[in-house]
Design a protein around this ligand. Structure first.
Ligand SMILES: CC(C)(COP(=O)(O)OP(=O)(O)OC[C@H]1O[C@@H](n2cnc3c(N)ncnc32)[C@H](O)[C@@H]1OP(=O)(O)O)[C@@H](O)C(=O)NCCC(=O)NCCS
Length: 382
């Protein structure tokens, strides 16, 4: 075999554009779905402020907006809810395949790994075809089916891992209430549904984050909708992206009491650790999502919310002292864990719950990307 000495980093051809680390600030597509402008605290879904939507809309309305471009009227909403409910039904052979998967999966398997595997199997079981070969109507049908299955599959896998029988969705409950119902097997309170609905609405989409970009790269190859969502799930599972809320709650456990928050944060920063639930690639200041989730956590009340509010203040001070060059503030994940915990969601289901909302955003992005017939294919320096 002929080998050549590895040269120093190659000189890019004169026409090449060399992207900055992390592709930060590089515009890679055109979207009508959402926009985030960190400096201004601007966060929109289509033509609406996302935080306003989270205060006043159901998740089904927000999903309809993202998918079809407008908020539904009552008839459209009823029809859309029925379409989602249909999408949550599984063919018997898929249920059997998933039962086999549950029996074969070691109990300690991470819930995101279970979900990824189940969704992959679902794509095969439903016989999903490449979006390249489908009409816009068929693509939308697949997008709704795949996204609507995320809460069903993740709750079923969780319950099986606990030795419990899965609980199917109830047509008389809304999407958010069903998510709680399928995890706990208990009918949730209105207060918990309202709090979780806000969380889901706030996290449906968020510009070109890592998992959304991943879904769009896969869609640009013409692959089926489930393939894009499975890839996005992999990106979301990382601790720097969607894996942070349970770690943020672990931090609150470690802090224990408000007095201990500052010494704990100072020690973490002195050791070179990152504080989970703080900082953001886009926001250089307050994350508008964390503001509404703090308010929601305070409305739910309880000692955990009180501890989180005190800890946030102390961690802000510690970060300001350690990193005077940056403004690192609480991101969506910090209060997400508190809200989900108070709603009765077990810690290991935090990131899968994030996936429940983001799957609606990913699939809307997949449909948008599928209309563009250019494959995403950048280059690298060797
Ligand atoms: C979200 C995150 C990945 C963004 O990363 P990024 O775009 O590289 O962040 P920035 O450019 O603002 O900041 C990078 C610098 O600030 C520091 N920093 C950022 N977030 C920090 C945190 N939470 N704790 C301590 N230091 C932090 C980094 O160590 C880095 O320092 P360096 O330049 O000396 O290497 C990062 O803030 C982080 O890891 N946060 C914790 C994980 C988390 O909460 N993720 C959920 C995101 S919604």
């Amino acid at each position: 075999m002929t080998t050549v000495a590895t040269p120093a980093l190659s000189t890019p051809p004169p026409e090449a554009l060399v992207a900055p680390p992390g592709l930060a600030g590089v515009i890679v597509a055109t979207t009508a779905l959402s926009d985030v402008r960190g400096q201004e605290g601007f966060y929109h879904y289509r033509q609406y402020d996302a935080v306003d939507l989270a205060r006043s809309c159901s998740i089904e309305e927000v999903w309809h907006l993202l998918l079809r471009g407008h908020l539904p009227d009552p008839d459209e909403l009823a029809a859309f809810r029925a379409t989602i409910a249909d999408g949550q039904l599984l063919p018997d052979e898929v249920v059997q395949a998933l039962d086999g998967l549950a029996a074969d999966t070691p109990p300690a398997t991470n819930p995101m790994t279970r979900l990824r595997t189940a969704l992959s199997m679902l794509g095969g079981g439903l016989g999903l075809q490449p979006v390249w070969d489908l009409t816009p109507e068929q693509r939308e049908r697949d997008a709704i089916r795949v996204a609507a299955q995320v809460p069903v599959l993740t709750a079923a896998a969780y319950r099986r891992s606990q030795g419990l029988d899965p609980v199917g969705p109830r047509p008389d409950l809304g999407y958010t209430a069903n998510h709680l119902w399928m995890i706990t097997g208990e009918e949730p309170t209105d207060e918990h549904v309202m709090a979780l609905e806000r969380y889901l609405c706030l996290t449906v989409d968020h510009g070109f984050n890592a998992s959304t970009f991943t879904a769009r790269v896969v869609a640009s190859t013409g692959a089926d909708v489930a393939a894009g969502v499975v890839a996005a799930l992999g990106a979301l599972s990382g601790p720097l992206h969607g894996g942070a809320p349970s770690r943020a709650l672990d931090s609150l456990d470690a802090i224990g009491t408000p007095d201990n928050a500052r010494p704990w944060a100072d020690a973490q920063l002195a050791a070179g650790n990152r504080i989970m639930g703080f900082g953001h690639a886009i926001y250089r200041g307050k994350d508008p999502r964390s503001e509404l989730l703090r308010e929601t956590a305070e409305e739910l009340g309880g000692p955990l919310a009180d501890l989180a509010v005190a800890a946030e203040r102390a961690i802000d001070d510690a970060l300001d002292a350690a990193r005077p060059d940056r403004t690192l503030r609480a991101n969506v994940e910090f209060y997400a864990g508190v809200v989900m915990h108070e709603c009765g969601i077990p810690r290991e289901m935090f990131t899968p719950t994030f996936a429940v909302s983001r799957a609606m955003g990913w699939t809307a992005h997949i449909l948008e990307q599928a209309r563009d017939r250019k494959i995403i294919r950048p280059s690298a320096r060797y």
